[in-house]
Design a protein. Structure first.
Length: 115
């Protein structure tokens, strides 16, 4: 199983980024997918979650109204659209898949919000 994140980078405050996570080696449509992030010196935290069929989403209070999680089960991919980025959004962002009593993590992609 592989989860490969892409789309991170350096962006100015107020800017946008779209992260993607490509999954392989698993029946993607059976897995709930989540984005987590971990800033230096802090614990990893849940950012957003989407159910296996895309019908349910949840967000951390800190990103509600700014971030949108989505998925394309035909492409085995999950996305995180991040708008109105703030310096406090700076972190390594990880993709996680959960299902069938198993959990898989990607390697992470760095997002830096700075002027």
């Amino acid at each position: 199983v592989q989860l490969v994140e892409a789309g991170g980078g350096l962006v100015q405050p107020g800017g946008s980024l779209r992260l993607s996570c490509a999954a392989s080696g698993l029946t993607f449509s059976r897995y709930d997918m989540s984005w987590y992030r971990q800033a230096p010196g802090k614990e990893r935290e849940l950012v957003a979650r989407i159910s296996s069929n895309g019908g349910s989403t949840n967000y951390a209070d800190s990103v509600k109204g700014r971030f949108t999680i989505s998925r394309d089960n035909a492409k085995n991919a999950v996305y995180l659209q991040m708008n109105s980025l703030k310096p406090e959004d700076t972190a390594v962002y990880y993709c996680k898949g959960s299902g069938n009593w198993l959990t898989y993590w990607g390697q992470g992609t760095q997002v830096t919000v700075s002027s």
